[in-house]
Design a protein around this ligand. Structure first.
Ligand SMILES: [Zn+2]
Length: 220
């Protein structure tokens, strides 16, 4: 057993494939790769460099633009946002700026500007980043702090829907993917935070931070 890096309960051995062992947490549903199998940061950076290009950029843009439109339906006006963990290309940034919004970027490898983590935003989005988190609790604490009261947190990470299929899931074979989530994991996170889980699908997990009125706390 190892401590779950998200909720700190004891995670149990789940399975061993050709390269890595995996553990599952019965409390929050997180599946994690054995920390002993994590890549060295320099090798991980090389792999990220390749992933920044081409198709991934288009996917990120296709994730972000409809999201902005969706949020704008709920909150009109100019939005300030943070794109966490992956850098947008100029074309996408330009489209966002033309729509009147502003987006800052934070990427631990390619845009490690810590000053952008010192303020709060109307929305924070994170596209295919959560699966890379070695310390998901630490990252979650940071991300939740960056969202303004009433603001949105939008996450895209492939969800596991049936643990029995994990062994055959190609996504787990990428050695930079170390944390895997179920719907239960995001339910755990929102139940224990100021966020409400609004929407969960394979393409988008959307949550909203309470506006600070304290209503959610009273209900609990
Ligand atoms: Zn856990």
């Amino acid at each position: 057993m190892i401590p779950c890096p998200l909720c700190n309960h004891q995670a149990q051995f789940f399975l061993q494939d050709k390269k890595r062992a995996f553990y599952v947490c019965p409390h929050c549903g997180l599946v994690m790769a054995d920390p002993k199998s994590h890549l060295r940061p320099s090798i991980e950076m090389q792999r990220y460099g390749r992933a920044q290009k081409g198709a991934k950029q288009r996917q990120l843009s296709q994730f972000l633009m409809p999201l902005l439109a969706q949020i704008n339906l709920q909150q009109s006006g100019i939005l300030s946002g943070l794109n966490f963990g992956r850098v947008l290309d100029q074309q996408c940034l330009q489209s966002i700026n033309e729509a009147g919004h502003s987006v800052k970027q934070y990427d631990p490898f390619f845009a490690a500007d810590h000053s952008v983590l010192q303020t709060t935003y109307d929305f924070v989005c994170s596209y295919k980043v959560f699966e890379h988190f070695r310390h998901p609790n630490k990252e979650w604490q940071l991300l939740s702090r960056l969202v303004k009261p009433g603001g949105w947190l939008a996450i895209s990470t492939p969800l596991m829907t049936d643990l029995r299929h994990f062994n055959k899931w190609h996504y787990k074979n990428n050695p930079t993917h170390v944390s895997f989530y179920q719907r239960q994991t995001f339910e755990y996170l929102t139940e224990n935070s100021e966020f409400t889980l609004l929407f969960v699908s394979q393409a988008l997990i959307l949550m909203q931070k309470s506006s600070g009125s304290g209503i959610k706390r009273i209900l609990i």
